[in-house]
Design a protein around this ligand. Sequence first.
Ligand SMILES: Cc1cc2nc3c(=O)[nH]c(=O)nc-3n(C[C@H](O)[C@H](O)[C@H](O)COP(=O)(O)OP(=O)(O)OC[C@H]3O[C@@H](n4cnc5c(N)ncnc54)[C@H](O)[C@@H]3O)c2cc1C
Length: 491
Amino acid sequence: MIIGKSSSSLMQKKSLILMMVNSFSRTSLKYNKKQFSANLLSLTTTSNQSVSNSTSSSVENTLSKEIREKIMENQKVIASQSANKKKQNLVILGSGWAGFRLIKKIDLEKYNVNVVTPRNHFLFTPLLPGSACGTVELRSIIEPVRRAVHHEDYHYYEGKAVAVDTENQRVICKPNYENDPNFTLPYDKLVVAVGCDVNDFGIKGVKDYTFPLKEISHARTIRQQITQCFERASNPSTPVHLRETLLHFVIVGAGATGVEFAAECHDLIRDLSRNFPPEIMEEVSMTVIEAGSTVLSAFDSSLQKYTQKFFRRNHIKIRTNQQVKEVLSPNSLKLQDGSIIECGMIVWSAEISQGRQLPIDPKTKKIIVDDHLHVKGFDNIWALGDISLIETVPLAATAQVAQQQGLYVARHLNGEIEESKPFVYHHMGQLAYIGNYRAISQVGAVKSGGFLSWLFWRSAYMTRLVSIRNKFNVLLNWTSTFWFGRDISRF
Ligand SMILES: Cc1cc2nc3c(=O)[nH]c(=O)nc-3n(C[C@H](O)[C@H](O)[C@H](O)COP(=O)(O)OP(=O)(O)OC[C@H]3O[C@@H](n4cnc5c(N)ncnc54)[C@H](O)[C@@H]3O)c2cc1C
């Protein structure tokens, strides 16, 4: 077994398994004791030949019929996974920027590829703020994982990896459906690209009352909430003070995502002025709250100032050096200085860089990898994208990094690059939309803001969209939005 050959200590092996199990217990799915013992047993009885028949049958006798059936089911899955013995089993966890790039590039003549991810699509995150505000349609920015590759040795399973048994080289997965039994997948090589969660910094009320912007479902909910606020505020029975609250939109976090959401929301509000009476539109306001001293901290200071000035001109209030102390309700939050802000909706777009699974680095809760993206101590496990942290050169949590890492590992696994060649990140520059057909761009030493940057922003993302179908859809959505405005129907 590879684990035996690796330099990792027993502690490391155990922690890898435990960490996933621990993190799983933090998720909304209830990982009860019964399921846990069934998982461990399924690993032992199906994989470990050293377990004697008598031992396994005596253990099995103590189990309920239900659990025995679950184990049988797991065994069936394992058998089907090992069907093509000539090829190595490659398991990929996650279908985000890193995982999806890898899936598209991997040589299926060399590997049986099994992909596990709870969402059955790849999401083009840069256009997510736009889809939350109706600039592009939700389906235009997702790509089905099942359709990513057509090959008999490519399999997709909808579920979450909940534990990695590095000793027996298996991943334990939980289907999305609450009462369905877990299944296990054997691997020769494993790629962990499970991304990160939205970071609530442990602030009370964030999880319960704010709207995150990370998944396509979040975009749909936000879009519905904006429309609901406008419709409710327009009812004749709505008191004036409530109308003001409903039409105040708060965005927490002034990184690229927060700024782009504010920009898209501003464009949506401008469109809505065609359909709502002036007395309603006069009440609309927007506030961006940022704990740091500036917006867009990753950009050059000239572009930060440009954005701040532009936001002020568009009546978007920016409150920097303000930390949220507590979110009190869906309509109010308290700042560190004690002031209370009332609003119709709070969009939480603060950093997303806190690790989600397999936390290894105690500070960032990310998986530490070497410069070949191997998880420390494991030659056959890679971690990519937001979840990974290269010890020597920490990189930003961006799609660019994740995608390049996915491509690097695919080439490495395909044998297209020398084994000794480390991962090197090539920064292509950064862009952000700031509203009203303006964007900012920073490519090398060239920094600019305005309409031309907006054209560059749109064409850059148009070329990055994966399928021709989505390129066509997005182009159509942009054209339709330009001529007819954003759709505000709620269903
Ligand atoms: C709104 C928004 C806008 C952004 N805009 C930009 C931009 O303009 N430019 C840029 O460079 N970056 C941008 N980013 C950042 C970029 O999206 C991330 O850095 C990138 O998605 C990271 O890719 P990833 O593959 O590591 O993770 P993700 O893309 O988050 O994918 C993680 C995958 O893992 C799956 N998963 C989760 N848990 C499990 C599990 N237990 N088992 C199996 N699978 C699991 C998820 O379902 C998902 O498929 C943006 C992010 C957001 C939220």
